[in-house]
Design a protein around this ligand. Structure first.
Ligand code: NAP
Length: 307
């Protein structure tokens, strides 16, 4: 019998891609969502939960062998007001807490919890790429990632295996950051942000989905891994490469100064201005091979297969 995998927030960009990948391989998938919808596939079912109200469909949890925990208010949409920042934190911590409480009380056969976290865990890059044992940043994202990871790791005390994927910027042609980068490029502008020298630790959505699958299917994986390609690039390299792929030579490079980004985006501007370079060495030592280690190949594939 193939495993049943429960994906929280499985309606999002990563969750949808992972769901399709698992269904193609014969898995049964249950998606926890706050909004009921029709299933397009016999092996996929949606189940209701509401972490803010501490409610969930207990049957779904009891049918599950492995959990992928992706749910959380989107970090990149809406301005980071105090209440939005609280929502970003609460949606992640309260949802793990709800899983923890229910798994403590209900008879269940869950073996593994695999959770998203983010490279926002780390501080500013200063010469050595961050590895999984490095300390967290003291800023908002750093503190949020620590609370999120701790809320998931308490499930280890229930005898469950916990795997955490500290994920970089996910590149997909179905939404997320790439859509924002492409918009000005389509108008002929390569918009470099701040100095443009800040590093972006990125990963192709297909590689990330294969990484989640590896965490589900490969018993060797355990603990924390950076989910980033082996070759991070600077903001300037990414934007220029993208403009070349989309526009050939016909584009103008525009620099948006850091102060303008801070004005336009508020505190969230750290997301595009902070230099983040995380190491992929640990996941590669498990034998994982990236299909898209290089940004040029990733962008060429994404643009060619985009809508
Ligand atoms: N995309 C990236 O570049 C990236 C990078 C690093 C880390 N990650 C992390 O990976 C996870 C998945 O990312 P994604 O890009 O697939 O996210 P996404 O497209 O924003 O989807 C997240 C899902 O979480 C659920 N959700 C949203 N707000 C919620 C709330 N207040 N309470 C409970 N559930 C809520 C939604 O499902 P329902 O509306 O159906 O309930 C939504 O479909 C996130 O935790 C994200 O932080 C993503």
């Amino acid at each position: 019998m193939m495993d049943t995998v429960l994906i929280t927030g499985g309606t999002g960009m990563i969750g949808r891609a992972l769901t399709d990948f698992l269904l193609d391989r014969g898995y049964r998938v249950i998606v926890y969502t706050r909004e009921m919808r029709e299933s397009p596939h016999p092996n996929l079912r949606y189940a209701l939960w509401d972490p803010a109200r501490k409610t969930l469909d207990t049957t779904a949890l009891q049918e599950t062998n492995q959990i992928v925990h992706l749910a959380g208010a989107n970090v990149a949409t809406g301005r980071w007001t105090e209440s939005r920042k609280q929502e970003i934190l609460d949606s992640r911590v309260q949802s793990s807490q709800l899983l923890f409480e229910q798994l403590s009380q209900l008879p269940n056969k869950v073996r593994t919890i695999i959770s998203a976290s983010a490279t926002g865990f780390y501080g500013e890059f200063e010469g050595t790429p961050f590895t999984e044992t490095d300390p967290p940043a003291q800023d908002y994202l750093g503190k949020t990632c620590v609370a999120w990871e701790n809320s998931v790791r308490q499930m280890e005390s229930l005898g469950k295996k916990v795997i955490i994927l500290r994920t970089g910027i996910v590149l997909s042609n179905k939404g997320g950051a790439l859509k924002e980068f492409i918009r000005p490029v389509k108008l002929g502008f390569a918009t470099v942000m701040g100095s443009g020298h800040q590093f972006i630790s990125w990963i192709h959505l297909q590689d990330l989905v294969r990484l989640y699958f590896n965490a589900l299917a490969n018993d060797q994986l355990n603990g924390i891994y950076n989910a980033v390609s082996p070759f991070p690039v600077t903001n300037q390299e990414l934007v220029t490469q993208l403009a070349r792929v989309v526009k050939g030579k016909s584009f103008i490079t525009v620099n948006i100064p850091a102060f303008a980004l801070k004005l336009a985006m508020g505190e969230m501007s750290v997301e595009v201005l902070k230099s983040v370079k995380a190491s992929s060495a640990k996941i590669q030592t498990t034998g994982f091979q990236f299909s898209y280690p290089r940004i040029s190949d990733a962008l060429a594939q994404l643009v060619a297969s985009g809508d």
